[in-house]
Design a protein around this ligand. Structure first.
Ligand code: ZN
Length: 503
């Protein structure tokens, strides 16, 4: 068995075979850096991260390109509103994007090209299309792609001509009078005073202006895949379903018309939307949760990755408070098992652990090879943790075999929360002078040690409240700790455990 992927181009699940043995070129459409990426965008980036990790775990060397759209209508409007040059304005959102994806444990792409660093290949692409006669200069000075001169247009989205017309004119209605056909899209937009004001214009043989969004991806993908792998066809192109039309359709038209190839990418893989309370998440609707909102709420990235993994990437996912709470709980259980396994792992494995390790490896491969069936892969991980807990309870030794299987699965899924346990001995003394100064608000900032010692002191105070049968106070302290990302538990031996559950 090897990887099979659903290809939007053929509407079938197909065996994945790359152009060059052992090597994969992967292009994923990246964020438009005009504001913070929302968690719906990250659902797409997380499914792509899973694809990337599974390809690598399967032995492929992956060349992964994720572009940063740093010039388009939105970034220009943002820069103008902020009174800053375009490059300055977008930098903070580029930094924020990398910060957010590192928090979510999304692996570094091989390269993150910025559109404004690839203007020369974009100009070259437009010139090539003009020479071939599939592009023309409109009355407004912009350069358009002539869809009527590219018969394969519409193959990816499988929309009929009437739908294509409606879809296209909705997006570019302002340009309609300058074009030969309402469906035609802009490759190069003639310079406007607004663009000049923020430095978003470049000189080109066909006129001063700036690239259209679709052109950016084609030019960067072709340029980077050519220099890296000597190819002009990608193995996999991925993105959200909202990009199928017109963005990916237009990328195909430009790229294939330019290279003369039948295909731009051999596998087109698309992730479904994330909804919040039944509504598609979008900045337009205001129901936006950013990755930083979740981080500030102390949600471990493992919990978010688990939430996303529990629904197949081609199905809609509804983000609710209940779903998030249960993912946090599940991810934490995995973290606790991981702690136990790491602490217990010795020289050899009991027969039961060897069996469980083999099963986990087999089930993980079967699930992910089957069009990235993450829900099944995650179920296998939980089954291993549950069997492992039972074996550890029974005193069965775990060794390197169990650990290797766990690391391989968790290394691909990344759904486990970091759980930190602080054990406080049975006899706990109270230093009354320092207890008087204990605040209800946890220490500010990133001083981990101060935060930990604050939590331990409250946990000790709770133990004394319980001993004094002041259960109301004990409950209040539990809630206080919970709010700060700690959970307190009483052990049978009379000691207390203070467990880090969030942050
Ligand atoms: Zn793109």
């Amino acid at each position: 068995m090897s990887l099979r992927l659903y290809n939007t181009l053929t509407r079938h699940v197909e065996p994945f075979v790359p152009l060059q043995p052992g090597r994969v070129t992967l292009y994923t459409c990246g964020p438009t850096v005009y504001s913070y990426a929302h968690i719906g965008n990250f659902r797409t980036f997380l499914f792509e991260d899973l694809l990337r990790r599974w390809l690598e775990a399967s032995g492929y060397a992956v060349f992964h390109v994720m572009n940063l759209t740093d010039v388009d209508d939105k970034t220009i409007a943002g820069a103008a509103a902020a009174g800053q040059p375009l490059r300055t304005y977008v930098q903070r959102y580029i930094d924020a994007f990398h910060e957010d994806r590192r928090y979510l444990r999304i692996k570094d792409a091989s390269v993150y090209p910025r559109a404004t660093d690839f203007i020369a290949p974009m100009i070259e692409l437009v010139e090539g299309l003009l020479e071939k006669g599939v592009a023309y200069k409109g009355e407004d000075g912009s350069v358009y792609f002539a869809i009527a001169r590219f018969p394969a247009y519409g193959r990816l989205s499988q929309l009929d001509k009437r739908q294509l017309k409606t879809g296209a004119s909705e997006r570019v209605s302002a340009d309609d009078y300058a074009k030969e056909d309402a469906r035609d899209f802009a490759l190069w937009k003639a310079a406007r005073p607004d663009d000049e004001a923020v430095g978003a214009v470049w000189d080109a043989p066909f006129g001063r202006g700036r690239p259209g969004w679709h052109l950016e991806c084609s030019a960067m993908a072709l340029e980077l895949v050519r220099t890296h792998a000597g190819l002009d066809v990608l193995d996999i192109h991925a993105g959200g379903v909202d990009l199928i039309f017109p963005h990916h359709e237009d990328e195909i038209a430009q790229s294939c018309a330019f290279t003369g190839r039948e295909l731009f990418a051999r596998y087109w893989v698309h992730g479904e939307f994330l909804k919040i309370g039944g509504e598609k998440m979008s900045k337009r609707y205001g129901n936006v949760t950013t990755a930083r909102d979740l981080r500030e709420d102390g949600v471990d990235a493992g919990a978010i990755r688990l939430l996303m993994s529990q629904v197949h990437y081609r199905q809609r996912l509804d983000l609710t408070d209940e779903a998030l709470a249960s993912s946090r709980e599940g991810s934490r259980r995995l973290g606790e098992f991981q702690n136990r396994l790491l602490a217990a792992a010795g020289d050899s494995d009991a027969a039961g652990f060897v069996e469980a390790a083999k099963r986990l490896e087999r089930e993980l491969a079967e699930a992910l090879d089957d069009d990235l069936n993450a829900p099944r892969a995650v179920a296998a991980l939980f089954a291993f943790a549950s069997a492992g807990n039972a074996m550890l309870d029974a005193g069965e030794p775990a060794g390197s075999r169990a650990l290797a299987a766990w690391r391989r699965a968790e290394g691909v899924l990344g759904v486990t929360s970091a759980v930190e346990v602080v054990k406080v001995g049975a006899a706990v003394e109270v230093d009354h002078a320092s207890e008087a100064a204990l605040t209800e608000v946890p220490p500010n900032g990133t001083d981990e040690e101060a935060h930990r010692s604050w939590a331990i002191r409250w946990a000790v105070r709770r133990k004394h409240a319980k001993a004094a049968r002041d259960y109301g106070e004990a409950d209040r302290i539990r809630a206080l700790l919970r709010g700060a990302g700690w959970e307190v538990r009483d052990s049978r031996d009379g000691s207390i455990e203070v467990v880090r559950v969030g942050r």
